[in-house]
Write a protein that binds this ligand. Structure first.
Ligand code: 5AD
Length: 434
């Protein structure tokens, strides 16, 4: 669990500090700061982000304490399991009970869950996932910001609107100064503590340039940087880590190697997985997952996708619907239903209940306006806000009609915090000074 609210250091264990948050202890790696027992720090994703002045920390904690316990109580009530109507479906009750008791489900049981269609049955599945989310993660909700720094891409992924072959798209590339300034503004003005920098595989931005940009951001503001520039090469990953990046957002898209090959001309699943495994070795936090509803994808594929994400020791699961883009070869694909996405989020929670942070993706929010609420109530506990300067946002057109393309950051934050409060969730990745 990651808290943006400051915690007090209780013990120091080598490079790790043990931090107390309202009586709960969490460990965080300290790479850069001079710290002693009793200091206050802010930590993100298991890393100490900054030391906080004691008076500021105490003021924040006082402001938070009451609200924090109030939110926890709301969440507890909303996620409480009602006695199951076992007559509804005995097999379903048995499988869900098994998951709730902490047993791993077999593939055929997972498939059975994924095949459910009746609203009552689906509600039982979502409620079980929500219960497990609350049990292991309490009411914490991660809010990362994403800055889409360039829509140039040298790859021709068949589903993606910024594919090389889309000649209608107006391309943009933020300058290094614009990127650093957007990141600083997100941290200093809006309180973000974790930011994703994302782009297509832009041939102009070399790894060295990206590393310099990351280094410049890290010099100016305390923030967890997550990189998402596609396959930068195994050495490239190392260079970005050295420059200060500590998380990697890279989806494997599908665990089916044949399907992967069809959808990504000139690329292989093996190479994608080699990046994810190398990143794990280097110490990156892994954010990964796949697309739901790809043409030719089976239900077994989807189960394998979630199992692969777990196998890769994914910290944050990013599974979202494939949305057909008119300027791609898959333009005529059918639209997915909201439940097909919710089922995958719920299954991810059942498969990796204790560790997984699970994202409600922007693509899911584009598919359904209720996605944030329904997703967070079916096992998810993370959201991503769009921090890209408004002049560029619409041009990052990976799928059509992307939500929040015209919503100011301030409005996105207000909307998100209001929703989280109504669900009893704490926006733990946003600095609470704002
Ligand atoms: N629909 C949904 N998601 C898409 N992505 C790319 N194109 C689409 C689409 N048409 C996702 C991919 C990629 C991420 C940056 O955007 O999964 O990893």
């Amino acid at each position: 669990m990651c808290y943006a609210i400051p915690g007090k250091i209780k013990r120091i264990e080598g490079k790790k500090v043990v931090v107390d948050y309202f009586g709960e202890e969490k460990r965080a790696l300290n790479e850069f700061h001079q710290l002693k027992v009793g200091d206050y720090v802010s930590a993100q994703g298991g890393f100490v982000i900054k030391k906080v002045e004691p008076q500021d920390a105490k003021d924040t904690l006082v402001a938070w304490k009451e609200l924090f316990f109030e939110l926890q109580e709301i969440d507890l009530q909303l996620s409480r399991l009602k006695p199951k109507d076992k007559k509804l479906n005995k097999d379903l009750s048995r499988i869900l009970d098994k998951a709730l008791e902490g047993y791993q489900l077999k593939k055929e049981e997972l498939l059975y869950l994924l095949e459910r269609e009746k609203p009552d049955e689906l509600n039982m599945l979502y409620a079980s996932a929500n219960f497990l989310r609350q049990k292991y993660h309490k009411n914490s909700c991660c809010i990362h910001g994403i800055i889409e720094i360039s829509n140039h891409c040298s790859k021709s992924c068949q589903y993606c609107g910024i594919t090389l072959t889309n000649q209608r798209l107006k391309r943009y590339r933020m300058s290094p100064e614009e990127i650093v300034s957007a990141a600083c503004e997100a941290v200093e003005k809006y309180g973000f503590q974790a930011l994703v920098l994302q782009s297509g595989e832009d041939p102009v931005y070399k790894v060295e340039d990206l590393a310099t940009i990351i280094g410049n951001i890290k010099k100016k503001v305390p923030v967890l940087i997550c990189v998402s520039f596609g396959e930068v090469g195994l050495d490239g990953l190392e260079k970005l880590y050295q420059s200060g990046a500590r998380a990697l957002l890279m989806r494997f898209e599908t665990s089916n190697p044949e399907l992967f090959k069809k959808l990504h001309p000139g690329q292989t699943l093996d190479s994608r997985l080699a990046h994810l495994r190398r990143a794990q070795e280097l110490g990156y936090i892994i954010i990964s997952g796949g697309l739901i509803g790809l043409p030719g994808q089976t239900k077994e594929d989807l189960i394998n996708d979630i199992l692969l994400a777990k196998d890769l020791r994914t910290e944050m699961y990013s599974f979202g619907p494939f949305l057909a883009h008119p300027e791609t070869p898959l333009a005529d694909s059918p639209k997915l239903s909201e439940n097909e996405v919710l089922k995958v989020l719920a299954l991810a929670r059942l498969i990796d209940p204790e560790k997984a942070k699970i994202l409600v993706t922007t693509a899911f929010e584009t598919l359904s306006l209720r996605a944030r609420k329904t997703g967070l109530s079916a096992g998810a506990n993370s959201v991503m806000l769009n921090v890209t300067p408004e002049t560029y946002r619409k041009k990052y057109d990976i799928y059509p009609d992307k939500v929040y393309s015209e919503t100011s950051l301030k409005a996105q934050i207000t909307e998100t915090i209001d929703l989280l409060k109504s669900l009893g969730r704490a926006p733990t990745d946003l600095g609470v000074s704002q």
